[in-house]
Design a protein around this ligand. Sequence first.
Ligand code: THU
Length: 138
Amino acid sequence: MNEAELIRLAREARERAYAPYSRFKVGSALLDAEGRAHLGCNVENAAYGPTNCAERTALFRAIADGAAPRSFRALAVIGDTEAPIAPCGVCRQVMAELCAPDMPVYMANLRGEVAVRTVAELLPGAFTPKDLDGGKQS
Ligand code: THU
């Protein structure tokens, strides 16, 4: 699956967003090592805080579906933004935990613009599992 196909799946997932408070729909698609795409959308909450972004929905869903952490090939995210959408800080931290540092993240908008950054570029100097226990975990 190529970049354009992954972004198209993210765009489809965006239609499933539950965003009655912000009215801002976001979609995501995460490509795993077997070539499967795990889709996510943002899911909001009346208490606001429990809101889950599209990227984390896709990442958590992939883990729950049995995909191996740090085996993913690419993540696409799309929203109706002027410039390609920028993932929030919490999602960047979750990417740093579950994805390889060199994994590409395709950030898109509905106009067809796309920016690409690696996970490490999105969160330089991230705190990751290797920082725990003096580097004994991985
Ligand atoms: N949101 C995402 O799902 N991903 C992003 O990259 C940016 C923000 C969601 C969270 C919330 O439901 C809405 O967009 C407005 O912040």
